[in-house]
Design a protein around this ligand. Structure first.
Ligand code: UDX
Ligand code: ADP
Length: 498
């Protein structure tokens, strides 16, 4: 343990609060709450961690052998602590009552109606969690917002709590945004670049910050725990996601130039990324970023700027989203154009439906939009993803914002158990997610099953294009112009320089 000041009997004594921190509760057993609390429980055996949720189904899954989310190494962490100092429960009131510190990890989707529709975050789940805390708490609590929230959400939580406070009960609200990425959540939680804690610069505020910091100090070096004011902490989370999304939109914008000029986006990314001021990460061109955070957080930023009367700044960040949508449209248009300008009644194989590899999460996945465009053109789409269940794919493709003819989706979409069946009698194969297993498929076998000419559209720059062209595929990829003649030239050049 690094610099942990335990009181010996488990927990940490907080003199200003006159309480010992030994039990924590997390409201929300989702992608953030579940993994974060599992790691806290594993690293802090002196704490009891209870994760509560409204959904009995979700809690049952957390208590079963099949966890509700797929995340590498999550199973082993949960199994090591569950029933010892990690509990999953639907008894929200008990969880709140018993804990000295409560994380709020509920969903904050983008509003679909009313003011700020399509941009502002819907804070109804946060508000209802805060109201619940105020209703049932019988002693003082440190309340920590972990969900990604708009700037000033902590203030709203604080206002709700103080307007409903009971005699003798005190609250401190902290901001502690989570930076884990899906697919690498456990590694990210175990080795965070930094932990951010925002709090009030008062005696009790500082002690609350110290208490939360003490939890992380069980495994995170103290110098990686950054404390600041609450608003800076909230804005830093939005800023970090906006910067990351912006890098992807920047390289995707470059990919359009590469396709038009014959430059190679991977080579450009390598050249740019070797500048130590820029760095190599998050420069992989793709069919567009997805996930529950990037779009939501950038839109949040846009809305914030509009509310602050900063229209130029709002327009700047809006472009990050616009380029992402453009990239998905552009990629699908290339599929249609290559297939002789019509895909009506053609079979198209989509490999990968998750928004990135190593997760079954499909929120904002580029694949949803690519499939939407293909279905709008009347194509038959045969989808295979190693982890996403059939029902999830069908529910994503029948969402109101994706189709106004949901009854046609089951007619046009087939979910397949593997890539080979998905390729059966298909005109084209479209890679939407960068799953490792797509790199080691038997592409000769796939080619033999497909109609000719057989096309591959690599939306992730994942495959060995030379090998595919040698088999006979016509290969189109993001950020490069490849055809058989060009490929020969590439090969000749490669041979003469090897
Ligand atoms: C992101 C942030 O990384 C994380 O810090 C924050 O807490 C939540 O949002 P996540 O959305 O889970 O995490 O995954 P991330 O790895 O950031 O990928 C987001 C999307 O960008 C994926 O669709 C991914 O495929 C895409 N991506 C990422 C690219 O297209 N190119 C890249 O170079 C990197
Ligand atoms: P995230 O990716 O931010 O973790 P998820 O949607 O995966 O978001 O998880 C959020 C969880 O929060 C859901 O399981 C939802 O049922 C739960 N939740 C939302 N509001 C409340 C609430 N007021 N009390 C308890 N759980 C809640």
């Amino acid at each position: 343990m690094n610099g942990v000041c335990s009181n010996g009997s488990g927990g940490m004594y907080l003199s200003q609060w006159k309480m010992t921190l030994s039990k924590i509760c997390c409201i929300g057993a989702g992608y953030v709450g579940g993994p974060s609390c599992a790691v806290i429980a594993q690293k802090c055996p002196d704490l009891t961690v209870t994760v509560v949720d409204l959904s009995a189904h979700r809690i049952d899954q957390w208590n079963s052998d099949t966890l509700p989310i797929f995340e590498p190494r999550l199973d082993e962490v949960v199994k090591a602590c569950r029933g010892k100092n990690l509990f999953f429960s639907t008894d929200i009131d008990k969880g709140i009552r018993e804990a000295e510190l409560i994380f709020i990890c509920v969903n904050t989707p983008t509003k679909t109606f009313g003011w700020g529709k399509g941009r502002a975050a819907d804070l109804k789940y946060i508000e209802s969690a805060a109201r619940r805390i105020a209703e049932v708490a019988q002693n003082s609590k440190i309340v920590v917002e972990k969900s990604t929230v708009p700037v000033k959400a902590a203030e709203s939580i604080s206002n709700i709590l103080s307007a409903n406070v009971k005699p003798g009960v005190k609250y401190q609200v902290l901001s502690n945004p989570e930076f884990l990425a899906e697919g690498t959540a456990i590694t990210d939680l175990l080795n965070p670049d930094r932990v951010l804690i925002g709090g009030e610069p008062t005696g009790e505020g500082s002690e609350a910050v110290k208490a939360l910091s003490w939890i992380y100090e069980h495994w995170v070096p103290k110098e990686n725990i950054i404390t600041m004011n609450t608003w800076s902490s909230e804005l830093s989370k939005l800023a970090a996601n906006a910067f990351l999304a912006q890098r992807i939109s920047s390289i995707n914008a470059m990919s359009a130039i590469c396709e038009a000029t014959g430059a190679d986006v991977d080579e450009v990314a390598h050249a740019v990324g070797t500048d130590s001021r820029i760095g190599p990460k998050f420069l992989k061109a793709s069919v567009g970023f997805g996930g529950s955070c990037f779009k939501k957080d950038v839109l949040n930023m846009v809305y914030l700027c509009e509310c602050l009367n900063l229209p130029e700044v709002a327009a700047y960040w809006q472009q990050v989203i616009d380029i992402n949508e453009y990239q998905r449209r552009r990629f699908t248009m290339r599929i249609v154009q290559s297939l002789f300008n019509t895909i009506t009644n053609k079979r198209i194989t989509v490999l990968g439906f998750a928004f990135k590899k190593n997760t079954a999460d499909t929120r904002e996945s580029a694949a949803i939009h690519v499939c939407k465009y293909l279905l709008d053109e009347g194509a038959h789409v045969q989808i295979y993803d190693p982890k996403v269940p059939r029902d999830q794919i069908m529910s994503d493709l029948t969402m109101a914002e994706i189709t106004d003819q949901p009854e046609r989706v089951p007619e046009l979409v087939t979910i397949c158990p593997n890539a080979y069946e998905a390729a059966e009698k298909s005109h084209a194969l479209v890679i939407c997610t960068e799953w490792d297993e797509f790199q080691t498929l038997d592409y000769q076998r796939i080619y033999d099953k497909m109609l000719k000419p057989a096309f591959i559209f690599d939306g992730r720059l994942l495959l060995d294009h030379q090998q595919l062209m040698d088999i006979g595929f016509k290969v189109e990829t993001i950020g490069k112009r490849l055809n058989r003649d060009q490929a020969k030239l590439v090969r000749t050049h490669a041979n003469s320089t090897s």
